[in-house]
Design a protein around this ligand. Structure first.
Ligand SMILES: Nc1ncnc2c1ncn2[C@@H]1O[C@H](COP(=O)(O)OP(=O)(O)OP(=O)(O)O)[C@@H](O)[C@H]1O
Length: 458
C-alpha cells in the first residue's frame, strides 16, 4: 500500500499531514502527486470528497520548500468561500515553511488586496473576476516567475454558465508565464475535457477514478415525489424528522434562486428551526459569517443556492436536501457531494415534482446511480400542509415589503462601483456580450443544419 513517503513527499510534510488526520493517500493523491513532483501538468478527476485538494496542495508545498519565492503558485476557483477553504489547506500544510498565502476574491476591499499582492505572497488563491480586475487595473501583480497554475473545479471555470469566467481567464492566462505547470481538478472534469487539454499541454498526466457510478458508495440517494404545492410541507416534515431523530446532524438544503433561499430561511425560522442562508445576494461578510456559524454547528441548517454546491468541505453535513431538482446531472452530483465525504456516510433527498421527472431520469442515467424512494408518512405531511403554505405566503409578503428585488439591483450596482466599474457601462457590455453569444449560437446552429442537409443530399 502506498504511503505519502513512497510518493516522494519529504518527512516534515508527511508529519504535517498526519497531524491533520491525513495518513494514507487516497487514489487521486497516490496517482497525481508523483506526476506533479515530476514536473508534469496534471488533470485529476475523482469523486466528491476524495481529497483532490491535498492532491495538488502537497506537491506544490513541497516544491515551494525547495525554492521559496512569490508568487510561486496561483489557484483559481469559482467561488469565494472555496478560495478561503483552499487557502486554509495551504496555510495548514505549509505552516512549518512559514508559507504566505493571499486571497483575492470579489466583495472584499480591493486596495487591501492590491497591497497584499505587492508583497509577493507564495500562494495566491483567487476567483477569476477579481484577480482579472487587479491585472487590468494595475501592474502590482507580478506573476512572471509563476511555477504553478491550478484550476480547481476546472470544468466550472471553463463552462459558460450564469457566471462566465472565460473573459477573465483570458486576462489571467495572458499574465502568467507559458512555461509553468498547470494542474486541473474536478469531480466532473471529463465534461469539458477538450477545452481543458488546451490549457494543460506539458505532457499532461490524466487521472480519472474509473467507476461505474459517479457518486460515492457511502451516499444513500433518495427521492420524494411530491406535487409542487406540497413541496414545502415535505421539507418541513423532513427537517422535523431529522431534528427529532438525529439532533446532532447538520443539514444542507439547496434551492434554485436567491429569493427562494431567503423565503425558505424566513419560513423555517417561523417553525423555530436553527436556519441560516448562503446566496450571492448577501454581503460577502455576511456570507462568510453564516458559513462559519454553520461549520461550527451554531446553526444546524444551511439553505443555499448553487454558490455552495461545489467544493465546500463540512464534515458534519449528514443530509443534503434538494428543494428543487437540479437542471443538470453534474450540478446534482456536486450538491449531493457535500455529504458522505472522506469515507463518511450521508443521505441526499431530492424533492421531485410532476414537472421534474425528466430531470431526475437524466440524473440517474448520467450518474449511473439509482435513486430510491424515501418513505414518508403522508398523513403527517398533510397535517402540516396548510400551516406551511400559509407561513410561506406570509414570508413572501414580508419579503416583498422589504424591496428585496430593488435591493438586489442596488447591491449589484454598489458592488460594481466598489470594484471600480461603471454599472451603466457594465450593463451595456453584458447586453452586448449576450447579443454576440446568441448570434454565435444561431450561426453555429445554422452551420450544423446546413452540414446535415449536405450530408443528406450526398
Ligand atoms: N488521504 C486522506 N485521508 C483522510 N482524509 C483525507 C485525505 N485527503 C483528504 N482528506 C480529507 O477529506 C476531505 C475531503 O477532501 P477535499 O475537500 O479535498 O475533497 P475533494 O475531492 O476536493 O471534493 P470536491 O469534489 O467536493 O471538491 C477533507 O476534509 C480532507 O481533509
Amino acid at each position: 500500500m502506498a504511503t505519502f513517503e513512497s510518493l516522494g513527499l519529504c518527512e516534515w510534510l508527511t508529519k504535517q499531514c498526519k497531524q491533520m488526520g491525513i495518513s494514507q493517500p487516497t487514489p487521486v493523491q497516490e496517482k497525481c502527486i508523483p506526476a506533479i513532483l515530476e514536473g508534469r501538468d496534471c488533470m485529476g478527476c475523482a469523486k466528491t470528497g476524495s481529497g483532490k485538494t491535498a492532491a495538488f496542495v502537497l506537491p506544490v508545498v513541497q516544491k515551494l520548500s525547495e525554492d521559496p519565492y512569490g508568487i510561486f503558485c496561483l489557484v483559481l476557483t469559482p467561488t469565494r468561500e472555496l478560495a478561503y477553504q483552499i487557502a486554509e489547506q495551504f496555510r495548514a500544510l505549509g505552516k512549518p515553511l512559514g508559507l504566505k498565502e493571499c486571497i483575492i476574491v470579489g466583495g472584499m476591499d480591493m486596495v487591501n488586496q492590491g497591497l497584499m499582492l505587492s508583497k509577493k505572497p507564495h500562494i495566491v488563491v483567487a476567483t477569476p473576476g477579481r484577480l482579472a480586475d487587479h491585472i487590468r487595473s494595475s501592474d502590482t501583480v507580478k506573476m512572471n516567475r509563476l511555477q504553478f497554475l491550478i484550476l480547481d473545479e476546472a470544468d466550472r471555470l471553463l463552462e459558460q454558465g450564469c457566471t462566465d469566467f472565460t473573459k477573465d481567464l483570458e486576462v489571467i492566462l495572458g499574465a502568467v508565464p507559458a512555461k509553468r505547470q498547470t494542474l486541473l481538478f474536478s469531480a466532473t472534469l471529463t465534461d469539458t475535457l477538450q477545452q481543458l487539454q488546451g490549457i494543460a499541454i506539458n505532457r499532461p498526466f490524466f487521472f480519472e477514478q474509473k467507476s461505474e457510478v459517479r457518486t460515492v458508495a457511502e451516499l444513500d440517494q433518495r427521492f420524494i415525489l411530491t406535487p409542487e404545492k406540497v413541496k414545502d410541507a415535505y421539507l418541513v416534515y423532513l427537517i422535523q424528522k431529522f431534528q427529532d431523530e438525529h439532533y446532532d446532524w447538520s443539514i444542507m438544503i439547496f434551492t434554485n434562486t436567491c429569493k427562494n433561499c431567503q423565503i425558505l430561511t424566513m419560513m423555517l425560522h417561523e417553525f423555530n428551526f436553527p436556519t441560516i442562508s448562503l446566496h450571492s445576494m448577501m454581503k460577502q461578510k455576511q456570507r462568510f459569517a453564516n458559513l462559519a456559524k454553520f461549520k461550527s454547528n451554531v446553526f444546524k441548517i444551511l439553505i443555499a443556492t448553487d454558490v455552495a454546491a461545489r467544493g465546500l468541505d463540512i464534515p458534519t453535513v449528514q443530509v443534503v436536501i434538494n428543494h428543487n431538482t437540479p437542471g443538470l446531472p453534474k450540478i446534482y452530483l456536486h450538491r449531493v457531494g457535500r455529504t458522505a465525504r472522506a469515507g463518511r456516510n450521508g443521505i441526499a433527498i431530492t424533492l421531485v415534482t410532476q414537472y421534474d421527472i425528466h430531470l431526475i431520469n437524466a440524473v440517474e442515467e448520467q450518474n449511473n446511480a439509482k435513486l430510491k424512494e424515501y418513505p414518508v408518512e403522508e398523513k403527517e405531511v398533510l397535517k402540516i400542509l396548510t400551516q406551511v403554505n400559509v407561513t410561506r405566503r406570509q414570508c413572501e409578503i414580508r419579503l416583498e415589503s422589504t424591496d428585496f428585488e430593488e435591493k438586489k439591483k442596488i447591491n449589484k450596482r454598489k458592488q460594481m462601483i466598489l470594484e471600480g466599474k461603471d454599472p451603466d457601462l457594465e450593463e451595456k457590455r453584458k447586453a452586448e456580450e449576450e447579443k454576440m453569444r446568441r448570434k454565435k449560437k444561431k450561426q453555429n446552429r445554422k452551420k450544423k443544419n446546413s452540414a446535415k442537409t449536405t450530408a443528406v443530399d450526398s
